[in-house]
Ligand binder design. Structure first.
Ligand code: BG6
Length: 472
């Protein structure tokens, strides 16, 4: 059967970034430190973050901090946005760094210089007709909230986030239609430092932190809709399609349990607005007691999101046998014999994206937004300056084809696609520059050397054509 690869009129093609990974200027114009500013660079970053064995101070004698410099998007945003416009972006997903607005997270007054900066960036996007999509919190909680409050397990963060959300919504609600509250909120299930801003992963605290974020997210959604009913507020989770290694029913049950906790739990709360019954049983079994204040459950129920966004990089395979582990998969699991992996061990699975779209749309029935997807790869600059990233084109092409099938065969309501790191930026899991995702190459290496000059990769013109033809 030939599949029409049409995308809906008004489909939001674009690209995605996060402030901490591209802006640099980490101590400029009154910005406070964030958790990303003390996260060391290098392949060992993820291990350090998991073990908590790194200082919460800048320690240049022992570590490097690539996020401090980023790719200098803070100063070069005009040049970069002009290139996004040249590709024809309809939307650009960016985050606001909380610590540019409230340097310590708990300051009495917001920092006007920070607000002005984002206003300039937003105006620059609008100048080209690019709709900003803003993530309110993308792995960049103010550091002071870790040190003084212990991160998101502390219920005081709800009010602090509410104040931050109020300030940015009041300032930008007429200019920005698409928002997301917390990036990859479900990484909090295993207590990721990036999303919970907590040094230790303890199930009780992880689920309390998530509850506090659900409340904060609903408060932001309520405010946004009151200010401007046209605003579309989304949640954002990482999603990995889960397979079973064999047809053993016991493997299927294991998958069911992992799947609902990792892929569904947060979406169930933020889209359906209720604690699912499997979660209540799980809490009871594991001695988890969440402190819930009066009115919070009603708030979560009433102020659910308008669309569901998710990042998709890989699938995951569940097994009841001892097998070879999949090296880079976020949700662990066994190596899938049918899939190839990226240089960083992330299993590449375009069909898994179609399955993800069907699964999420079937379960929730709200518009879907693929807020991240892409191939982290080393790029080679040829003598003539060209960068022939055919592997990236192949990866994206295969994923876009599966999106088209989900829309045209499966009837999924997909509203947007913003590939990750549309311009090369600092990797979240390793702090490397050499793990590149962009259509735009940035001349900068892992040690921070380079001119930061921007140049177009082969994928730049390819993606431009995809957008011009609306995916055809
Ligand atoms: C997602 C994050 O997990 O994956 C991004 O939301 C991150 O911040 C992206 O950069 C890719 O991961 P990495 O580790 O390759 O940068």
């Amino acid at each position: 059967m030939t599949v029409k690869t049409t995308f809906p009129k008004g489909f939001l093609w674009g690209g995605a970034t996060a402030a901490n990974q591209c802006e640099g200027a980490y101590d400029v114009d009154g910005k406070g430190l964030t958790i990303a500013d003390v996260s060391p660079g290098g392949k060992e970053r993820l291990g350090l973050l998991m073990s908590g064995e790194f200082p919460l101070e800048i320690d240049r004698d022992n570590y490097t901090y690539p996020n401090h410099k980023g790719i200098d998007f803070y100063n070069r945003y005009k040049e970069d946005i002009a290139m996004f416009a040249e590709m024809g972006f309809k939307t650009f997903r960016m985050s606001i760094s909380w610590a540019r607005i409230f340097p310590n997270g708990d300051d009495a007054e917001p920092n006007e210089a920070g607000l002005r900066h984002y206003e300039n960036v937003i105006d620059e996007l609008l100048k080209y007709g690019i709709e900003p999509t803003i993530t309110m919190s993308h792995y960049e909680t103010p550091l002071n909230l870790v040190k003084e409050y212990g991160g998101w397990k502390n219920r005081e963060l709800i009010a602090l986030f509410e104040r931050y959300a109020k300030v940015i919504l009041e300032r930008f609600h007429t200019k920005v239609k698409y928002w997301m509250t917390f990036n990859e909120i479900n990484t909090g299930v295993f207590g990721s430092f990036f999303s919970t801003a907590m040094r230790e992963a303890v199930p009780q605290d992880n689920f309390q932190a998530l509850h506090n974020q659900f409340v904060a997210s609903s408060l932001a959604t309520k405010m946004a809709h009151e200010l401007n009913p046209n605003i579309m507020m989304g949640c954002m989770s990482i999603y990995a399609t889960m397979y079973t290694m064999d047809s053993n029913p016991l493997t299927a049950i294991k998958r069911e349990e992992e799947n609902r906790l990792l892929n569904y739990y947060c979406n169930d709360l933020q889209v359906r607005g209720e604690y699912p019954s499997y979660a209540l049983k799980y809490f009871k079994k594991n001695g988890i007691e969440i402190e819930i204040a009066e009115g919070e459950l009603a708030l979560i129920k009433e102020h659910t999101v308008d669309y569901l966004s998710f990042s998709y990089y890989m699938s995951s395979t569940v097994s009841t046998e001892v097998g070879e582990e999949a090296r880079g998969n976020f949700f662990g699991g066994t190596k899938n014999p049918f899939l190839k992996a990226s240089e960083w061990g992330w299993e590449i699975d375009p069909v898994g994206l179609r399955i993800a779209l069907c699964d999420l749309y079937g379960r929730y029935g709200v518009p879907l937004y693929i807020s991240e997807n892409g191939l982290g790869a080393s790029d080679n600059v040829e003598k003539d300056g060209s960068i022939n990233d055919d592997y990236r084109i192949d990866y994206l092409k295969l994923h876009i084809e599966e999106m088209a099938k989900a829309i045209n065969i499966d009837g999924v309501d997909l509203m947007a696609y913003t590939p990750w790191g549309c311009i090369d930026l600092v990797s979240a899991s390793t702090g490397e520059m050499s793990k590149r995702y962009g259509f735009i190459y940035v001349d900068l290496d892992d040690e921070g050397h380079g001119t930061m000059k921007r140049s177009k990769k082969k994928s730049f013109n390819w993606y431009k054509e995809v957008i011009t033809n609306n995916g055809l």
